[in-house]
Design a binder for this molecule. Structure first.
Ligand code: ADP
Ligand code: MG
Length: 361
């Protein structure tokens, strides 16, 4: 039967209309996603439980309140066409409630798998992607049974970021430090690090993705301080890191931008450290060093816009401005190759990421 013309017109307008994008979380990644969306003429709504969430200054609309409150969820979903998120520590139930009315991308089930360090590592190892040696820890005795993993890092299985929720355990006598065993932990053997790298990738569909060159990352006090491209690594390591990232997104049937953090040890062995099912701090330099940033590619993939070939334009270095580092840059005149980003956070706090600068070559 011939399709009625009017229906075809309707479908066309539906395809042409740009969706309004809801973003859960209001931190710096929400700021930079909103800026990228604006460039694509896509309106954004931030949903955050923080009344001073910096992303509200960059988005078109802001819903503030407890994520669990059905009223807030409804207010948010009524304003948007589809939903993404800028941090992975969101309880699955909340994303699941939201996905009953609006498309949540990446899929909440993927976030659930990755937000727990144990299921994340099981996923990697079951796909033959090497990780550090580890054990699940429920009490002090479990640490003693796994003495072979010392010196190790004891990490909470969920809710950790920027090194929070981590304890270094040098040897068995160290265990008396105050550890709250009402939470579950993972004990990881400490890797004798040569360097850390990350691979940022945006997947649009089956075997369709844009991949950024590996980025070299330098941490201070377990917080990312510098990201640099190109990463100085062998071709073998580069190819392995890229292959694993491709494998991960295909295997998860992922949509959007994802980052894989890797350790390289002193014997030139590579291990996947963790996966971030979102845009990533190490990818900030893609804003100035590539024709399309990780943020723009995320918005493009999530909103079903065109995939554009992503090319590196410059070598670059990104410096995170942590705590009072930001003061030096506010009101400073900068050379043309230096780009300063202020997340406009209300309060300067120690160890808090306040902004960043990217220097391009
Ligand atoms: P977060 O979720 O806080 O980013 P990570 O597991 O990535 O947690 O740890 C933060 C940083 O701490 C890493 O980038 C690395 O510098 C250091 N680190 C974490 N685990 C190990 C390990 N097993 N061996 C050596 N260094 C580690
Ligand atoms: Mg990390």
């Amino acid at each position: 039967m011939e399709k009625p013309t009017v229906k075809i017109c309707k479908e066309k307008t539906l395809i042409m209309k740009k969706p309004i994008l809801g973003i859960i979380g209001g931190g710096q990644l929400g700021c930079l996603l909103s800026v990228a969306a604006k460039k694509l003429e896509i309106k954004t709504v931030i949903f955050s439980d923080d009344p001073v969430a910096p992303a509200q200054h960059f988005a078109d609309n802001f819903i503030c309140g407890d994520y669990k409150d059905k009223k807030n969820i409804n207010n948010f979903t009524n304003l948007v066409d589809r939903v993404t998120y800028e941090f992975e520590n969101i309880p699955f139930d909340i994303l699941d409630t939201i996905q009953k009315s609006k498309n949540v991308i990446p899929k909440p089930e993927i976030n659930k798998l990755i937000q727990n360090r144990i299921t994340e590592k099981e996923f990697l190892n079951s796909n033959k992607i090497k990780t550090t040696e580890y054990a699940v820890i429920k009490n002090k005795n479990d640490i003693i049974k796994n003495e072979k993993l010392l010196p190790g890092l004891l990490k909470t299985t969920t809710l950790g970021y920027d090194g929070k929720g981590q304890y270094k355990i040098h040897n068995i006598n160290d265990i008396d430090i105050n550890i709250d065993f009402s939470k579950e932990y993972i004990l990881e053997k400490i890797v004798d690090l040569q360097k850390e790298i990350s691979v940022v990738i945006t997947r649009f569909g089956k075997n369709q993705y844009e991949i950024y060159n590996p980025i070299e990352n330098i941490h201070e006090n377990q917080i990312l301080k510098y990201s640099i491209i190109p990463a100085v690594i062998s071709n073998d390591i580069k190819n392995q890191a890229i292959k694993w990232a491709e494998y991960i997104v295909e295997n998860l049937d992922y949509t959007g931008t994802l980052c894989v953090e890797y350790f390289i040890d002193k014997n030139n062995k590579i291990y996947a450290n963790e996966i971030a099912p979102r845009v990533h701090n190490s990818g900030h330099l893609t804003i100035n060093a590539y024709n399309i940033s990780q943020f723009e590619n995320h918005v493009r993939a999530v909103c079903n816009l065109d995939q554009i070939e992503t090319r590196q334009l410059h070598n670059a270095q990104m410096i995170n401005l942590i705590g009072e580092d930001i003061l030096e840059y506010r009101n400073k005149k900068l050379d043309k190759n230096i780009f300063f980003y202020d997340y406009l956070k209300k309060e300067i706090k120690n160890m808090r990421k306040m902004g960043h600068v990217t220097i391009i070559e």
